[in-house]
Ligand binder design. Sequence first.
Ligand code: GLP
Length: 244
Amino acid sequence: FIYDNSKQGSLAIAQTIAALITSKQQESKPCVLGLATGSSPKLVYAELVRMHKEEGLSFRNVITFNLDEYYPIDADALQSYKRFMYTHLFNHVDMVASNIHIPDGSIPKEEVKSHCAAYEALIEQSGGIDLQILGIGNNGHIGFNEPGSTLFSKTRLITLDNSTRLANSFEFTNMSEVPRLAITMGISTILKAKKIVLMAWGPLKAPVVQQAVEGPVTDYVPASLLQQHDDVQFIMDTAAATEL
Ligand code: GLP
């Protein structure tokens, strides 16, 4: 789906999310959302906040699981994805605090494995993710599943590619401050979502969007693995669609 600009595409995604939340409310069921960080979803969250404030969209039945978090990182660090989510969404809507789940980048290393297993189990217990929102890295990563992540990967600790650290270094004082590791949902975790929406804005994403959509299904472009899922939409602006 190609929109004239990221604003229009973001409004469409926010509407899809709001419609799902409302239909689940009507069935008295929870709505389980998989959420992403980065610059791509910012306008989506801004629109959801507007819908909450101006149109009374309630998040009381919403359960969220975030894709990833740097490791190690303090929960209140300016660059933490936890802080990002509270700043852009959770502080402004009526979420139940205990329904918010974000991988914890502040735990000791020996606890990471059990934390990741518990994260997977919690997603299952909640009934599975109804809708997973994704951005895409310039190297094709989804969440922090860097090239080489397989179809079978689960929530785990991963080493970030240097290109990813460089792309994200603007958030930190310098490159050496960018964590070398992250906790991310795996490709298999993402593919278990009932519906997936990936968004891509701007000309820098055009080559990787082309590879993910039209290229072979390969671990080298993790987003291409989404071709295996039967309900996935790529939503982009015209600039990100120029190489299709
Ligand atoms: C980050 C995140 C991803 C995100 C991607 C693209 O490193 N871990 O979840 O989708 O890179 O970021 P952006 O939306 O800022 O282009």
